[in-house]
Design a binder for this molecule. Structure first.
Ligand SMILES: Nc1nc2c(ncn2[C@@H]2O[C@H](COP(=O)(O)OP(=O)(O)OP(=O)(O)O)[C@@H](O)[C@H]2O)c(=O)[nH]1
Ligand SMILES: Nc1ncnc2c1ncn2[C@@H]1O[C@H](COP(=O)(O)OP(=O)(O)O)[C@@H](O)[C@H]1O
Ligand SMILES: [Mg+2]
Length: 166
């Protein structure tokens, strides 16, 4: 934890989701949560929710028209999900590496120890989501945590650091 706080200006944020297939299985939910902690991500915010279908459609609008879009939206609105704002010096790319490839058979083959390689069921029901860019991360964080301010978060981190003399 202190290693992360030592260089606040380098902190990057990403939006991570644990999908209904994993939230429905407490052992998998806990295993993914432990992956977040053991890989030294800072959990800035966390919430569990039942996603409204219209919000899901908006979140995944980049995929509208793709053959899997309908099943994706229905799946993601089918049960509780868990949303995190994660902070790390390379949060976006590191979380995507930990998740592994989107498609589960590929994940099992090229990254068997990744989250999706370990727990993914199918290409849609692949356990987790992670933002794919800084722009996506800002949009996706605002979608799940509308009251969250990235600027205020960075300022508070700097104030915390100055108060502990770093
Ligand atoms: N390119 C392409 N791939 C498809 C199409 N339909 C299905 N697939 C892929 O084939 C796999 C199996 O498809 P399905 O059997 O419909 O879906 P499923 O096995 O229940 O898995 P998911 O629906 O992904 O949870 C999926 O993971 C899809 O990625 C298609 O029309 N085009
Ligand atoms: N070929 C596919 N078949 C079924 N579902 C898919 C497929 N490609 C993507 N998806 C679903 O849509 C979600 C978003 O796709 P994409 O943004 O391409 O992947 P990622 O989640 O790795 O960023 C995936 O996590 C998965 O649930
Ligand atoms: Mg994506």
């Amino acid at each position: 934890m202190t290693s992360i706080l030592r260089s606040p200006q380098a902190l990057q944020l990403t939006l991570a989701l644990i999908k209904p297939d994993a939230v429905a299985h407490p052992l998998i939910l806990e295993a993914v949560h432990q992956q977040i902690l053991s890989n030294k991500f800072l959990i800035v915010r966390m919430r569990e929710l039942l996603w409204r279908k219209e919000d899901c459609q908006k979140f995944y609008q980049e995929h509208e028209g793709r053959f899997f879009y309908q099943r994706l939206v229905e799946f993601m609105a089918s049960g509780p999900i868990r949303a995190y704002i994660l902070a790390h010096k390379d949060a976006i790319q590191f979380w995507r590496t930990l998740m592994g490839p989107t498609r589960v058979f590929r994940a099992r083959y090229v990254a068997p120890d990744s989250i999706r390689g370990s727990f993914g069921l199918t290409d849609t029901r692949n356990t987790t989501h992670g933002s794919d860019s800084v722009v996506s991360a800002s949009r996706e964080i605002a979608a799940f945590f509308p009251d969250f301010s990235e600027q205020r978060c960075q300022l508070l981190t700097l104030l915390l650091l100055s108060s502990i003399g770093r």
